[in-house]
Design a protein. Structure first.
Length: 331
């Protein structure tokens, strides 16, 4: 509560006002602020977020994942253009693999969504994953809240297609969609069970390549999902087909999302899911903060190299070394 009560500086108040007014420059600056690793910037970022929090939560949050080559960016662009034609504003937070040299985004989704990035109703923010697990950048959740405060109706999170760790994205979106290829039915057994279990929608993209293969793959996915226990008693995951290149299946995809929200909202499950996600994120931040505090503790830093070497050489058990290091936090 202390952070909420603290008055904003004139510069940060201007930033908050700009975001609330839907100014793209202000939104970009605010996201840059929350992505900064400087401690003073982090403090300012939390104050800005607290000021904007009452204006968040109105958008629908959609996570889209899939193996590289599934056509995620093409699909999102086709969906985004269609949504704009329906009168909606959308933000795309595209998480790219990070360059091991610069740490920056190396795929550049803006170059792969040329039509969408020219629309005033769309905001695209490529973000390096910076080694973050789950295919989601560390600050994606905060960036999503900023986009909601700026008045965007739909927030799309495009994640790095990295397999089982991709499940992290389900902890921040309302609906998780998995894109697959029509000729990948034989690979279904190789897909990690975890990512299949959290999929609320499966889309067989590039259906125009091979209609027969698409039908086979769709049937295989339906059978696979039927054998799993649904995450919600009010929703059974659907398997759809689409061709983003030819703009096929886009309205049906959005209709399925609307059905999903309509099915979970009356029971309170939709709101409860967001509440659970917020608490889960709080504990993740606590865990991260404790690890940072531990690593930067003077006595830990002083003794860690010797204990690490002792464990590696078999002179000390991992448990003994861990408890010795943790004891330093008590003093």
């Amino acid at each position: 509560m202390a952070a909420q009560a603290q008055a904003l500086s004139p510069a940060d108040q201007t930033l908050v006002d700009g975001v609330l007014a839907g100014q793209r420059r202000a939104l970009a600056k605010a996201i840059t602020l929350i992505e900064s690793t400087r401690s003073d910037h982090q403090q300012r970022a939390q104050q800005v977020l607290n000021a904007l929090l009452p204006s968040t939560g109105r958008a629908i949050r959609v996570g889209i994942s899939g193996v590289p080559g599934a056509g995620k960016s093409t699909f999102i662009e086709a969906l985004g253009v269609w949504l704009i034609e329906q009168g909606k504003k959308l933000a795309v937070l595209a998480v790219d693999p990070s360059s091991s040299v610069s740490g920056g985004s190396i795929l550049g989704d803006k170059t792969r969504m040329e039509q969408l990035c020219q629309r005033e109703e769309a905001f695209i923010r490529p973000t390096p994953s910076s080694g973050s697990l789950g295919g989601v950048a560390e600050k994606s959740r905060e960036a999503m809240l900023l986009c909601e405060a700026a008045g965007f109706d739909v927030i799309i999170i495009e994640t790095v297609g990295v397999g089982q760790s991709e499940t992290t994205v389900a902890g921040m979106v309302d609906i998780f969609c998995l894109l697959q290829l029509p000729n990948a039915g034989d690979d279904l057994q190789a897909i990690k069970k975890g990512i299949v279990e959290i999929a609320d929608l499966v889309v067989i993209n590039k259906a125009d390549i091979d209609r027969q293969a698409t039908a086979v793959t769709r049937a295989q996915w339906r059978n696979a999902l039927h054998m799993l226990r649904p995450a919600s008693p009010n929703w059974s995951p659907l398997v759809l087909t689409a061709s983003a290149l030819h703009k096929e299946g886009i309205p049906e995809f959005w209709e399925a999302i609307e059905k999903y929200r309509s099915a979970l909202t009356p029971t309170g499950e939709f709101a409860a899911k967001r509440q659970h996600q917020a608490l889960s994120w709080m504990w993740q931040l606590i865990d991260f903060g404790l690890r940072q505090h531990f690593r930067h503790h003077p006595r830990v830093q002083a003794n860690l190299p010797a204990l690490t070497q002792s464990v590696e050489q078999g002179h000390t058990t991992p448990a003994t070394a861990a408890y010795a290091l943790l004891d330093y936090l008590k003093h």
